[in-house]
Design a binder for this molecule. Structure first.
Ligand code: SAH
Length: 250
């Protein structure tokens, strides 16, 4: 059997219970060494074959999976965070489907969730934003024009920008087409890792604040008024509000 598993954001204990149980039995593990914390391999058994996909191309990854699957081995493809977010996982799943290799996907804790936990913030504050945009700036992988960061910024929703910390200045300029200069911004570096860093500022000063820190790769840029002081209380726990699980008090 083949399992595609989300390893979580870094801290080895942030893999799911199900993911860990499978990893412990794995005969072959292929992990994305550029992002996955090697510490997670502590859950593998002795004799488990380990491959770092960092230097491998799609064909090589699929070939390791295919040979393992044919030999009836338990193969794990470990992705950082959750595989569905910038995981390049669809092309792998399609190759497995083409070869009739059965597989299952086990979700993981995405880095944007780990970032909220690290900051002790809630992305969807009533009266502030009820929408979370996960996006990136175009790099070698393009972004459709209709999703340009300027146009997304117009919504002034909570926004989390992946894979783009090296373009922070340009990003901030483009975010300025929607968000005001005083909108809170945080850069979260290596959420849940021992080296974790959180740099908070506003759109107008975040570049300067980040400039003095050594932040490259593995960072998210998080934008929105949810990091401000004002919000409305939720209806969910409002004593005068009834819903399916609780009747309201007068
Ligand atoms: N599938 C992953 C994202 C892979 S893309 C997930 O669900 O999190 C890689 C990008 O994710 C990095 O460039 C960085 O922007 C972000 N990232 C991954 N892990 C991170 C972490 N622990 N802290 C901050 N950003 C992280």
């Amino acid at each position: 059997m083949v399992y595609i598993i989300g390893a979580g954001p870094g801290e080895p204990e942030l893999i799911t219970v199900k993911g860990k149980a499978i990893l412990e039995k794995a005969d072959i593990v292929i992990y994305a060494g550029s992002l996955v914390n090697k510490g997670i391999l502590r859950w593998t058994k002795r004799g488990c074959e380990i491959y770092d996909s960092k230097g491998m191309n799609l064909e090589e990854v699929i070939s390791v999976i295919e040979i393992g699957a044919r030999e009836k081995k338990l193969v794990v493809r470990l992705h950082t965070g959750d595989p569905s977010i910038y995981g390049a996982v669809r092309e792998q799943m399609d190759e497995l489907l083409k070869r009739s290799i059965p597989f299952e996907v086990v979700p993981g804790v995405s880095s944007f969730c780990a970032a909220a936990a690290a900051m002790k913030e809630e992305y969807t504050l009533p009266g502030v934003s009820q929408t979370v945009i996960l996006t990136r700036m175009e790099g070698r992988t393009g972004v459709p024009e209709k999703e340009s960061i300027q146009s997304l910024a117009l919504h002034r929703a909570t926004m989390i920008v992946f894979l783009s910390i090296h373009m922070l200045e340009n990003m901030v300029e483009r975010l300025g087409s929607g968000y005001g200069k005083e909108t809170p911004v945080a850069v979260v570096y290596k959420a849940s890792w021992p080296e974790q860093k959180i740099i908070r500022g506003v759109l107008g000063d975040i570049c300067e604040k980040v400039g003095s820190e050594k932040i490259e790769r593995t960072a998210l840029v998080v934008v929105g008024d949810f990091m401000g002081e004002d919000y409305e209380m939720s209806k969910l726990y409002d004593r005068s509000f009834s819903h399916g699980f609780r009747s309201g008090c007068p």
